[in-house]
Design a protein. Structure first.
Length: 321
């Protein structure tokens, strides 16, 4: 499987000095062109591979800019796009693509230097704003400034790291992006503590994996990969205890998920251990979140609305039944 990921976003899909990728988006399994570590988007790719092949290393990763990502998916260059991409009506209904779920609920914010003394985004009237080209951020920033009767000058860049460098060099007064990306970019600046994320969240940015329309079976596999990780967390199943849970499932739902009861893998044309393989090799949703962007990562982002529905958040999965 060929997986399209970000060309460099800490926590989601990021390559180290040896070319190893990591992040949330990469934790969804397939076969690999380059060595792969961990990150949110990367983990999504790893997880899909684990479900399909029983091996989370069977992935080839294609780093893509925001401008390149949709063409790469539409043309068949990649089978799955797991690249911090916002689910919108035009993308889901008008471009021949289908979003399979939400791996991360985000929202656009602003990063500024503390010496500017700003306390609110509503103080940005007349500002020069760094923005990555080809993203939903361009439209949302324009809408926000218009709605608040403010003016601004956009300065666009193809890559997020280019916009961060421009901000640090003084070309822009602020950088606008998804808040998760602001934290990832801030940590790479020379003096991260001098930069602040303003409190306003100006948009809804549900980020998730995308596939081409027309292959319902593939759509279902990617969708249920995410659901399996969410259900595993809710049931208290993780990569460390999954063997114990599989040996003695506490509930029928747990037995269904782990392939010990029923024949639910066949519905996806997968082995009945498809979800077990995801959990064993990649982990549940909490494990993926915490190691890539949460408490075990340099970013230290709190779960917030990405908590499960029964823990103050909005993440939710249907049952395997």
């Amino acid at each position: 499987m060929q997986c399209g990921i970000s060309d460099g976003l800490l926590g989601f899909s990021y390559a180290d000095a040896d070319g190893k990728f990591s992040g949330i988006d990469v934790d969804v399994d397939v076969d690999v062109d380059v060595d792969v570590d961990v990150d949110v988007d990367v983990d999504v790719c790893r997880s899909v591979a684990a479900a399909v092949f029983g091996d989370d290393t069977k992935v080839k990763y294609t780093p893509l800019t925001a401008k390149e990502r949709f063409t790469a998916l539409q043309s068949g260059e990649v089978d799955l796009l797991s690249r911090n991409t916002t689910w919108t009506s035009s993308r889901d209904a008008g471009m021949g693509m289908a979003f399979t779920g939400v791996t991360y609920y985000d929202g656009i914010g602003f990063l500024t230097h503390d010496k500017a003394g700003l306390k609110s985004a509503k103080e940005l009237d007349g500002a020069t704003v760094c923005i990555q080209a080809g993203t939903d951020t361009e439209l949302n920033v324009a809408d926000y400034f218009k709605a608040n009767n403010m003016k601004y000058t956009p300065v666009t860049f193809d890559r997020s790291d280019e916009s961060a460098k421009a901000l640090e060099s003084g070309r822009c007064d602020t950088l606008a992006s998804d808040q998760s990306q602001l934290y990832a970019l801030r940590i790479k600046l020379s003096n991260p503590a001098e930069w602040i994320v303003l409190p306003e969240v100006i948009s809804k940015e549900p980020l998730g994996p995308v596939v081409r329309r027309g292959d319902d079976e593939w759509f279902s596999i990617v969708r249920w990969t995410l659901f399996a990780m969410l259900n595993a967390e809710e049931m208290g199943i993780n990569s460390q205890n999954v063997d114990e849970k599989a040996a003695n499932p506490a509930t029928p739902d747990m037995a269904h998920l782990l392939g010990k009861e029923g024949d639910y893998g066949k519905d996806l044309k997968l082995d009945n251990k498809w979800a077990y393989n995801i959990i064993k090799q990649v982990g549940n949703y909490s494990e993926i979140f915490e190691r890539n962007v949460g408490s075990e990562s340099p970013l230290k982002i709190k779960r917030g609305q990405n908590n499960l529905w029964n823990n103050g958040g909005i993440q939710y999965a249907p049952p395997v039944r």
